[in-house]
Design a protein around this ligand. Structure first.
Ligand code: NI
Ligand code: MN
Length: 227
């Protein structure tokens, strides 16, 4: 069994099988976050889909404080110098003590904000993660547009798909519904909406349109789901 807690935006706390993990822990500056980065003291892994501030978030602070291993692209690991980092790349997988993690494709960018407003440090490609814990498969899409590669996940038997619905930077509701059709997860959870004015979207509308294809769980920030 695995337990997923929504932390607002694209951030999740994932527990089970020896994993106390965070995915894209954007907490400081996230108006939807129910917890602050100081609330996470026992984290052992942090999965970072790409370098944008609303995903890298509090990763450096939490990793330094807890000694957690960051899992990200080779390029992101290079940027995060001084932090324990396991490099993965699209299509690659590694079996960690808690289970297997595969990095999945995402159509998006990846850069880390430098010290000045104009400076952007190259972060490699953006990705998502297929995380297996205790026989459960959790797919976090990261920031992405709809891609045909999502169809490959249909064979994986995804238990829960975490999908962006906010549009503008990622899939909107209608494309996220198409993603559900392609991925065929048991449960889908909408994310990456309402945090900023540009990504306003109705999770209820997504639920109404996608419930024909999977069970839809709309999680309020702080709410958990047992998988
Ligand atoms: Ni992004
Ligand atoms: Mn984003």
């Amino acid at each position: 069994m695995a337990r997923l807690t929504f932390l607002g935006h694209a951030a999740f706390h994932v527990e089970g099988g020896g994993l106390d993990g965070l995915i894209d822990p954007f907490l400081t500056g996230n108006s939807m976050a129910p917890f602050s980065q100081e609330d996470f003291n026992d984290v052992n892994y942090i999965f970072v889909t790409h370098g944008h501030g609303d995903h890298l978030g509090d990763t450096p602070e939490i990793a330094k404080r807890t000694g957690a291993m960051v899992v990200a692209t080779v390029e992101m690991c290079h940027v995060l110098e001084g932090i324990k980092c396991h490099p993965l790349q699209i299509g690659g997988a590694f079996t960690f003590p808690f289970g297997r993690v595969k990095m999945t494709p995402a159509w998006h960018g990846s850069s880390v904000q430098g010290s000045s407003d104009k400076e952007m440090i190259y972060g490699g490609v953006a990705g998502g993660f297929l995380i297996e814990i205790d026989g459960r498969k959790i797919y976090h899409a990261g920031d992405t547009g709809l891609t045909v590669e999502m169809g490959l996940l249909a064979e994986d038997g995804v238990d829960v798909a975490l999908l962006p619905i906010g549009g503008n930077y990622t899939m909107d509701i209608d494309d996220a519904v198409r993603a559900v059709k392609m991925i065929k997860p048991r449960v889908a959870v909408p994310m990456h909406y309402d945090t900023f004015p540009l990504i306003k979207a109705s999770p209820g509308e997504f639920a109404a349109k996608a419930s024909e294809f999977a069970e839809i769980k709309v999680l309020k920030p702080g709410e958990s789901l047992e998988v």
